[in-house]
Design a protein around this ligand. Structure first.
Ligand code: DLL
Length: 433
C-alpha cells in the first residue's frame, strides 16, 4: 500500500497544482521585487515588473539566477527577510570559490522537513520504523534534512552522521534500523564492510534506503539492493533550494516526484536558455515559490536531466524528474566527446565490477589522455597478467561502445581506491591545473 505524508497535495489534480503554483509565484515575484534589490535590478534589466507575472505560464519571462549570482551576492545579497527572522544557515561542500550559504526561517525549515517526510513515507516509512541517518550533519543539508523528516514521520531516529562504519553497522544490528539514509557510495561501502564481517542481507533488519546527494546509476541501485537486501530509493535536492527532498522516488522507482507545490522545475537548453519539452535532456532549473529567507527564482542547477508528466502508478500527480545524468560542470569533454561519469559507471557495473573507480584525465602534447582505474572484486583478483590484460581489453571495448572514445583501463587490486563517507570523488582532471 502506497503511503503519503500529505496525500491531498501529493495527489492533487493538475489544475489545482497549477493554481497553487500561480498564486505562490505571483506572491514570490512581488516579494523579491520588494525585498531583494539584486533580483529587482535583474528584472528591470529584462524590462519586466511583477505585473507581467500573472500565472506559471509567465515563468519563462523571468531572469535566471546562477551560481555566479550567488557568489556575487555572498553572503547576504539575496536575503529576502531581515536576519533576525532567520534561524539557520546550511552550506555546500563546494571546493572552489565561495561556498553557497543558504538561510532559513523557521517556516522554511518546516516546509523542508515536510518534503523529507514525504520522501520517507514514499519509501514505506511509518512511525514504527527506525531510521538511521548516516548523511553528514552540520553545514551539509543531508543529515539535518532527513533528521527533520524522520521526526515528522515519527520514526525512531538514529542520528549517526557519516563515518565510523563499524559503529554504523553495530547500530543497524543492535537498534534494528529499518531505513538507512546516506549517499549511495557510502551505502555501497557499508555493504562491502558487512560482507567482510560475514553479514548477508538476511542478517540485517534494513528494508529501505534513501540515497542521494550524488549521481548514481540503475546498476549501482541493483547492487546495493542485493547486498543490503533492501529497496533503494533516490532522493534529490540542493542547498540553494533547502537541501534533500526537492524530489524523491516512490514505489514505482521510475523518476523522482518534484514537490511541485514548493518547487517549479523547467528544463532548458544550457546554451540558448530556451525551455525544452518533456522527455528532452537539458539543464534543470528550479523556482522556489514559497521559501521566505532565500528565494530562488529560475535557479540554474547545472544538473542534466529531463522531466515527465506521465501518470505514475503510485497515485502522485507531481511531475517526475529522471535520474540526473550528471552536472554540466561534471561533464568531461574528452577529445571533444561529452563523457559523464555515470556512463562509465554503467559499463563497469554491467561487466561485474564494483562502483569503485576513478577517472583520470590529462593533456599530453595537446591531446587528452583518458584513464579509468577500476578495482577488481576479490574473486577476480589474480596475479595472472594474461587474464588481467584480457579483462582490461574487454572493458576498453565496452567503454568504447558506450562513449565512442577509447580509454586506457587499469585494473587495480581490491580496496585500493579510497572510499568516501559522503559524496564520492570520481574524477581527477589534471587539465585544469
Ligand atoms: O547534496 C542535498 C542532498 C542531501 C540531496 C542528501 C540528497 C540527499 P548539495 O551538497 O548542495 O546538496 O549538492 C547538490 O548534488 O545539484 C546534484 O548535482 C547533486 N545531487 C543531489 N542529489 C542527487 C541525486 C545535496 N539524487 C547537488 N542524483 C545537486 C544525482 C544529485 N545528483
Amino acid at each position: 500500500m502506497e503511503r503519503y505524508y500529505q496525500e491531498s497535495i501529493e495527489c492533487a489534480d493538475r489544475e489545482e497544482i497549477r493554481a497553487i503554483q500561480s498564486e505562490k509565484l505571483i506572491a514570490q515575484v512581488q516579494n523579491v521585487w520588494n525585498n531583494v534589490p539584486y533580483y529587482r535590478k535583474k528584472m528591470e534589466e529584462k524590462g519586466i515588473t511583477p505585473d507581467d507575472i500573472k500565472s506559471v505560464d509567465d515563468l519563462h519571462k523571468l531572469p535566471f539566477l546562477s551560481k555566479n549570482d550567488l557568489r556575487e551576492c555572498y553572503p547576504y545579497g539575496l536575503l529576502a527577510r531581515p536576519l533576525k527572522d532567520c534561524v539557520r544557515i546550511q552550506s555546500t561542500s563546494g571546493t572552489t570559490g565561495k561556498r553557497v550559504v543558504a538561510f532559513y526561517t523557521q517556516h522554511d525549515i518546516d516546509l523542508w522537513e515536510d518534503c523529507c517526510a514525504r520522501a520517507i513515507m514514499a519509501a514505506g516509512g511509518t512511525d514504527e520504523d527506525v531510521c538511521q541517518v548516516s548523511y553528514g550533519y552540520g553545514l551539509f543539508t543531508g543529515g539535518p534534512g532527513l533528521n527533520g523528516g524522520s521526526h515528522k514521520v515519527g520514526c525512531l531516529t538514529i542520528p549517526t552522521s557519516s563515518g565510523n562504519t563499524d559503529r554504523q553497522i553495530m547500530f543497524i544490528m543492535d537498534l534494528s534500523a529499518t531505513i538507512l539514509c546516506c549517499t549511495p557510495s557510502y551505502a555501497a561501502y557499508l555493504g562491502e564492510r558487512m560482507q567482510e564481517m560475514g553479514l548477508g542481507p538476511d542478517d540485517i533488519p534494513l528494508k529501505a534506503g534513501i540515497f542521494g546527494a550524488e549521481a548514481w546509476s540503475e546498476e549501482m541501485r541493483h547492487d546495493i539492493e542485493k547486498t543490503l537486501g533492501i529497496k533503494a530509493y533516490d532522493i534529490y535536492g540542493l542547498t540553494e533550494l533547502s537541501g534533500p527532498g526537492v524530489s524523491f522516488e516512490c514505489s514505482a522507482q521510475a523518476g523522482m516526484h518534484v514537490n511541485e507545490d514548493h518547487f517549479i522545475p523547467e528544463i532548458i537548453d544550457p546554451d540558448t536558455e530556451e525551455v525544452l519539452p518533456d522527455g528532452e535532456y537539458g539543464e534543470l532549473v528550479f523556482t522556489a515559490v514559497d521559501k521566505e529567507a532565500f528565494p530562488m527564482i529560475r535557479y540554474r542547477t547545472r544538473d542534466v536531466c529531463c522531466l515527465t508528466h506521465e501518470k505514475c502508478s503510485c497515485g502522485r500527480t507531481h511531475v517526475r524528474m529522471m535520474k540526473p545524468k550528471g552536472r554540466t560542470d561534471d561533464m568531461l569533454i574528452i577529445r571533444g566527446v561529452n563523457v559523464f561519469p555515470s556512463q562509465i559507471e554503467t559499463v563497469l557495473l554491467n561487466y561485474g565490477y564494483p562502483a569503485n573507480y576513478q577517472i583520470i584525465v590529462d593533456r599530453v602534447n595537446n591531446t587528452d589522455t583518458f584513464e579509468v582505474r577500476v578495482e577488481m572484486t576479490p574473486e577476480m583478483f589474480t596475479d595472472n597478467m594474461g587474464e588481467i590484460a584480457e579483462r582490461q581489453k574487454e572493458l576498453v571495448e565496452g567503454l568504447k561502445s558506450m562513449l565512442g572514445i577509447r580509454a586506457k583501463v587499469s585494473l587495480v587490486a581490491p580496496k585500493t581506491i579510497a572510499r568516501s563517507e559522503g559524496k564520492a570523488v570520481r574524477v581527477i582532471d589534471n587539465r585544469k591545473i
